[in-house]
Design a protein around this ligand. Structure first.
Ligand code: A2P
Length: 403
């Protein structure tokens, strides 16, 4: 798209404007739900940001599953809501001037544009050593077609949760993913009002070289949700079924390639999917990595914990495992954050190490509890942990993916 007229006049002040990439956005409504000042809104076409309301708090950045929200333009005159509703792709950065037409003004414009291109002020960035992800190769209009080559129940037959491991093969279609990325699944059919079902995102549970090494396939960990259209569709898939896939998505929740990076992983339920991918990656290509991997995994009971059996076989030297069970009869309820406090010595050593990366994936409800536990473990007051967390975020070493 050509730059539009939003360059304004040379005398206008420059302003940074928060915009949403309509090509990547999957219309999941997360940004609109998250925005504390109601600056995000939508019509049938696009999700958009009201420049007069947005206060750059950045609360919407990390929950966005695709990164569509992390886009910025430096403008003289802000794009209106109607401008944005009409976009089918983001406009290019327009030519702008910072007031007087001199060199300093051009420098200021250049600085702002460079800052805008870096994304949300360093709040959500990939680990420095992560491989370059490919994103948004396939969309609703042009999905990749995968074939189901396996589907297995991961929880015990009598478990409350039906969690499945589903393997999708892409045949001759290129579908490159990195550990930590997600894909979109399109359930066929339409909802009660005749609209096609929304794309749903699922974390990839296998490493970049495939569920089976060097196969063009990947695995998902999917829990059947009551009334969940897409989760029921996936959990009911049979071998040989063909599935429409979009993505890949996600450019920040990625695994460091650096073998000396320590990886602290905290999850509940199907939030374990990316961590299975991380662990398999290390096991396959960096078995003797000096960096340590530690997992805190919460589930109702062992029978409900996805990959319980296979996880027992992963050596402690490769992955230090801590399981927190909340509903074992006769035993007190334990959440991941409780167990982290119990293992404060081990966690503290990792937190103090400059090459440690923290990843949190699973129920949004655990965010505060885990944050409080990390604050208690790292220092007596929350301030020390808040400072370290900000530093780790800016360094691409602190990552949240909760829902
Ligand atoms: P609970 O027994 O209280 O539901 P699920 O099986 O529903 O997917 O949940 C996975 C695990 O996450 C369960 O053990 C569940 O405990 C636990 N959980 C629920 N809420 C929180 C929370 N706020 N913080 C940490 N863990 C939680």
């Amino acid at each position: 798209m050509e730059p539009t007229g939003n360059a304004g006049t040379a005398a206008d002040a420059l302003r940074k404007q928060h915009v949403i990439d309509p090509e990547i956005c999957i219309r999941c409504n997360t940004c609109e739900e998250t925005c504390p000042v109601d600056s995000v809104t939508h019509d049938d076409n696009n999700y958009v940001v009201d420049a007069d309301k947005c206060n750059f708090c950045l609360d919407c950045i990390s929950p966005c599953p695709t990164g569509a929200i992390d886009n910025w333009r430096v403008v003289n005159a802000a794009y209106s809501l109607d401008d944005q509703f009409g976009w089918s792709e983001l406009p290019a950065q327009p030519e702008v001037r910072a007031g007087a037409p001199d060199e300093a003004a051009d420098d200021e414009a250049g600085r702002l544009i460079a800052e805008a291109h870096r994304g949300a002020g360093g709040r959500s960035i990939a680990p420095a050593s992560a491989a370059e992800p490919r994103i948004n190769l396939y969309n609703r209009q042009r999905p990749a077609i995968a074939t189901v080559t396996g589907t297995f129940r991961l929880t015990a037959p009598d478990a409350d949760n039906d969690v499945r491991h589903v393997i999708l093969d892409f045949g001759d279609t290129a579908f490159p993913v990195l550990e930590g990325q997600s894909i979109g699944i399109v359930a066929p059919g339409a909802d009660g009002s005749g609209a096609p079902h929304r794309v749903r995102l699922y974390s990839v549970a296998s490493p970049r070289d495939g569920e089976k090494p060097n196969a063009n396939n990947l695995a998902l960990t999917v829990k059947r949700e009551p009334n969940g259209v897409c989760s029921n569709y996936i959990c009911d898939l049979k071998k040989g079924d063909r599935v429409q896939v979009t993505g890949p998505f996600g450019a920040t929740f990625l695994m460091p390639n650096d073998p000396s990076a320590n990886i602290l992983m905290i999850c509940t339920g199907t939030g374990s999917a990316p961590f299975r991918a991380f662990t398999e990656r290390r096991r396959r290509v960096m078995r003797d990595a000096p960096g340590r991997m530690m997992l805190f995994f919460g589930a109702r009971r062992p029978e409900e914990l996805p990959y319980f059996g296979p996880l027992q076989k992963v050596p402690e030297g490769l992955l230090r495992k801590h399981f927190a069970y909340s509903r074992v009869p006769g035993q007190p309820k334990v959440y991941v954050q409780d167990l982290m406090r119990q293992k404060a010595d081990e966690v503290g050593i990792l937190l103090r190490h400059p090459q440690t990366h923290v990843y949190l994936c699973g129920l949004r409800g655990m965010e505060n509890g885990v944050d409080d536990a990390l604050a208690a473990i790292y220092g007596n007051g929350g301030a020390e942990w808040a400072a370290l967390r900000a530093h780790m975020r800016a360094d691409g070493r602190y990552h949240l993916e909760t829902y």
